[in-house]
Design a protein. Structure first.
Length: 339
């Protein structure tokens, strides 16, 4: 919980580092206009890769993509980036076996890559292109490392694209989330005391990756089964799980709220409990949700990606507490996954 609540302070430290970063030296001949960026990670870092790819695509206007490290290792003929691509290997610890194996494969093929990490370790020595953030976590579960590395990739994309307005928005994000934490920690704790059998987290566009991460946080922190779906896809079969002990969490952007809120409202009518995480709540949103988390921010939807994940981090931990578990030490998990 301390690491969740300290995220705004951590982001400010990271932003100070990023402002002084020499991007030309770090990127050189691999700008988005010169090479396709391919973000690679495992678990939480894979969902980060998806959010980073969406951010790069929208900010630079050049298509980026995301891959789990295992796909490159097991199905290289389908996924291995070409020499003209620029992979970004993401690992909090820098010690994850699958990421290190991808680094070795890329090195053998002469493909240069960027390492994004917090702890450094072997990944930081595998390439001259390294972005290491000043983030230290004790918990097994990734919280500030996820949001800080996402913030770093958004900062880099905006810098490369010359989007100074977006950089200004990122500077304002810490204060936005401080207010969010102060206002909604207790309502989320109260809501987490309800017994749930199934949890579904919904999101579209860039928020689909965040929905995936929120579902993972619920699973890791509380040993509860959670799934993630594109919001409108949930109507096409998955809604069959809805019953009185189902929770549906909707991560909803203002631009698509009219369509997405209707899905959440339908699930509530079918008997599910519902949470809406939105920037600005409409009367329709309040009718569709048992609990509304309203960011109430003037920042753009893309600049708020990290803010959307924070209520999910809190909720997962609170569900773990309600079940008598220790969210810092999830069952069957270790801080670093190695072969």
């Amino acid at each position: 919980m301390q690491e969740i609540h300290q995220q705004p302070d951590v982001w400010e430290r990271c932003l100070r580092l990023l402002r002084g970063l020499d991007l030309n030296t770090l990127i050189r001949d691999r700008k988005p206009s010169q090479a396709q960026w391919v973000f690679v990670g495992c678990g939480t870092s894979y969902y980060l890769a998806q959010a980073a790819a969406a951010s790069f695509t929208l900010l630079t206007g050049t298509l980026a993509r995301a891959l789990p490290a295992s796909e490159i290792l097991l199905y290289p003929e389908l996924s291995l980036p070409s020499a003209s691509a620029f992979p970004v290997l993401i690992s909090r610890s820098g010690h994850t076996s699958e990421i290190l194996a991808v680094a070795e494969t890329l090195t053998q093929k002469g493909i240069e890559f960027l390492a994004l990490t917090c702890d450094g370790n072997e990944l930081a020595t595998s390439t001259k292109r390294v972005l290491q953030l000043p983030v230290k976590e004790e918990s097994t579960v990734m919280t500030s490392s996820f949001t800080s590395m996402l913030l770093a990739m958004q900062f880099m994309a905006a810098k490369l694209a010359g989007k100074e307005d977006f950089l200004t928005e990122l500077e304002r994000l810490p204060e936005t989330v401080r207010s969010l934490l102060a206002k909604y920690a207790q309502p989320l704790e109260d809501f987490a005391a309800r017994p749930f059998e199934d949890v579904a987290v919904l999101g579209q566009g860039p928020l689909y990756a965040i929905a995936s991460e929120v579902a993972l946080k619920v699973m890791e922190s509380s040993s509860s089964y959670a799934q993630f779906f594109h919001t409108l896809e949930f109507r096409h079969g998955p809604k069959s799980i809805i019953q009185g002990r189902t929770l549906v969490i909707g991560l909803i952007a203002d631009a698509s709220a009219a369509q997405e809120v209707r899905v959440l409202y339908e699930m509530k009518q079918l008997g599910a409990s519902t949470i809406a995480i939105v920037n600005r709540a409409t009367p329709e949103t309040r009718a569709a949700a048992d609990l509304v988390i309203e960011l109430s921010s003037p920042l753009s939807a893309l600049a708020l990606l990290a803010a959307y994940v924070v209520p999910g981090q809190l909720f997962g931990s609170f569900v773990g507490f309600a079940k008598g578990l220790n969210p810092d030490e999830p069952l069957n998990l270790t801080r670093v996954v190695t072969f």
